[in-house]
Design a protein around this ligand. Structure first.
Ligand code: 4NP
Length: 163
């Protein structure tokens, strides 16, 4: 299946080294476990470009490994063309929403932007907190929120796209 025939998901945070690469890795793992990996193209990006080319933060990788994930994407900056290249752009917090929204050039672009926590099932947080300056608890919370919300998101995608 060609990329344009797949459901294209882009997870976005600030640095693209903590939250969004974890969301990318967890979502890839989830669709694989459900046998749906061929239906999706999944990527992540940051609204800032300071970490371009880097692997995810070592702390995020370590916390992910403890749960069986291998977060191994390379950071890149969000670009206006991502609105053409993706069907859903899922942001982690309000700052990400505003920064991505500033690149939108149509109502269709704006409709593609979704908040990760809108898909939460168990948690009531209304954003995924930046763990960069936090301790281990912050990284564990991010993974808890993302595991919960990616499941909710896939549930919605299955309904909307009749998967
Ligand atoms: P992320 O975390 O947005 O979840 O990747 C951050 C990583 C790096 C920085 C900020 C947030 N930074 O300022 O370098």
């Amino acid at each position: 299946m060609e990329k344009q025939d797949k459901i294209r998901l882009l997870f976005v945070c600030l640095g693209n080294i903590c939250r969004s690469p974890a969301a990318e890795g967890i979502m890839k793992d989830l669709v694989q476990r459900e046998g749906l990996e061929n239906k999706f193209f999944i990527d992540s990006a940051g609204t800032g470009g300071w970490h371009t080319g880097e692997l995810p933060d070592a702390r995020m990788r370590r916390h992910g490994e403890k749960r069986g994930y291998d977060f191994c994407s390379r950071a890149r900056k969000f670009r206006a063309a991502d609105f053409d290249d993706f069907d859903y752009i899922i942001v982690m917090d309000e700052e990400n929403f505003q920064d991505v929204n500033a690149y939108a050039t149509s109502e269709e672009d704006v409709r593609k932007i979704r908040r990760m926590t809108d898909f939460s099932q168990k948690y009531t947080h209304d954003y995924v907190p930046d763990p960069y300056y936090s301790g281990a608890d912050g990284f564990e919370l991010v993974l808890d929120l993302l595991e919960d919300a990616t499941e909710g998101f896939l549930g919605e995608l299955k309904t909307v796209h009749s998967l």
